[in-house]
Design a protein around this ligand. Sequence first.
Ligand SMILES: [Mg+2]
Length: 358
Amino acid sequence: MTGHDRKIIHVDMDAFYASVEQRDNPELRGRPVAVGGSRERGVVAAASYEARKFGVRSAMPSVTAKRQCPDLIFVKPRFEVYKAVSQQIREIFAEHTPIIEPLSLDEAYLDVTENLQSIPLARDVALAIRAKIKEVTGLNASAGISYNKFLAKLASDHRKPNGQYVITPQMGPAFVEALPVAKFHGIGPATNAKMNSLGLYTGFDMRNQTLEFMQANFGKAGAYYYWISRGVDDREVRANRIRKSVGAENTFASDLTEFDAMAAELQPLIDKVWRHCEDKGSRGRTVTLKVKFNDFEIITRSRSVPVAISNRSELERLSVALLQAEVPVPRPVRLLGISLSSLLGSDEEEEPQLGLPI
Ligand SMILES: [Mg+2]
């Protein structure tokens, strides 16, 4: 099914980790809470709404957060609890549709065009889901309802917290027109800078370009931008999507044994992985190093961080640390690889087409 005849809901829990902590510890309720980090080091993984009023945001260094909000309470993350709540939420989604595409523990796209309870309006499905989530978990969720994924995701932010918003096919194009390019889901800082250098600052600017212009400047993604700037996005909601990863590897002309030489060889791999993330606007939490020795034995070593890696130097630091831990190497190394997984962000773009009403 394509075009305007689909009903897509993007459900997004409000301040998820922080809300779970406030639910489970009454002393934290109504107070500025940061999950992750500490007074001295690390970064904030999630902030309660009380903390956000002070400008505290996820991925912010704890030291900065503490400066902006001196009363900020740092709480250790409990991922096992978040995963269990996430499972409860997915079970609620599954009462309405089997077409569920989780984006992270607290966010998912649902295709409710044909929903299991035969509720005619998608906005009523969203109300039912949010009420059930509240009843079962005690937590608030927001929802965006529209005829495609791109607009549904935009809509879920519109009435946060604890709200929902519908973008109809009539509203879609105007909604995108006013949107700054940087706010387009899937446009990272690198693409944003390039758009700006071409005089493209909003959806309206993008919309004034031809398909040829967009493709010439942005390759395959150009067609996607061309269509979303018109409110058109025909990517399907993909159930049971496997975790994506992006990686690069290289086999060397001669085997390596020295740390410095191997670390130098990691650089172009890190560049390649990071460029892909920038292009796609996607972010990952798990770095994996692959080492193949001269006897063809392969080992992999991974490290996960609680907050998505937000810059190249962090990816480099984690990659080099993984390599460092394997030195001295037991045998000469013929191949090294770096990959980043648990990616959040835009999916590969599919060819969009025009279509019809929610
Ligand atoms: Mg959320």
